[in-house]
Unconditional design. Structure first.
Length: 135
């Protein structure tokens, strides 16, 4: 079995980190199915997530490890993790602590705006009606 076949069809967990040492993590609310956020993990964040059962990420802007909810109380307890076909992205289903939010702006999800194209073809953003509905 080739290395590609092993990674894509085998049972071994062989996460594929990018050139910056990161893997994409898409986080869903396990109870509601909503996408909460997209973040990245380095090897240490992934290891801590797997060993503690609490989501840890790598902050690209702050360049530091980040335990989600450590200051906000919005801890993300792992329910399960799915891995995409070539193991370069993770889908985390989590139970959210605190007020149930995930976004630093105060919105429940980081995806609280919709891209709309007006009649002239100009794109703009509009806030989703249930953006703050976790509280």
């Amino acid at each position: 079995m080739s290395a590609v076949t092993l990674r894509e069809q085998g049972t071994a967990f062989l996460p594929r980190f990018d050139a910056d040492g990161l893997i994409t993590a898409i986080t869903l609310d396990a109870a509601r199915g909503d996408v909460l956020m997209v973040a990245h993990m380095n090897d240490e964040a992934l290891r801590l997530t797997l060993t503690t059962g609490i989501a840890h990420y790598w902050s690209r802007s702050r360049r530091q490890l980040w335990k989600k909810g450590e200051t906000s109380g919005q801890l993300q307890t792992i329910v399960d993790i799915a891995v995409d076909c070539d193991q370069d992205a993770l889908l985390l289903r989590v139970a959210v602590g605190g007020d149930g939010g995930a976004c630093h702006t105060g919105a429940r999800s980081c995806f609280y705006r919709r891209l709309v194209i007006d009649d002239s073809g100009t794109p703009y953003l509009t806030r989703l009606p249930d953006a703050d509905s976790q509280r």
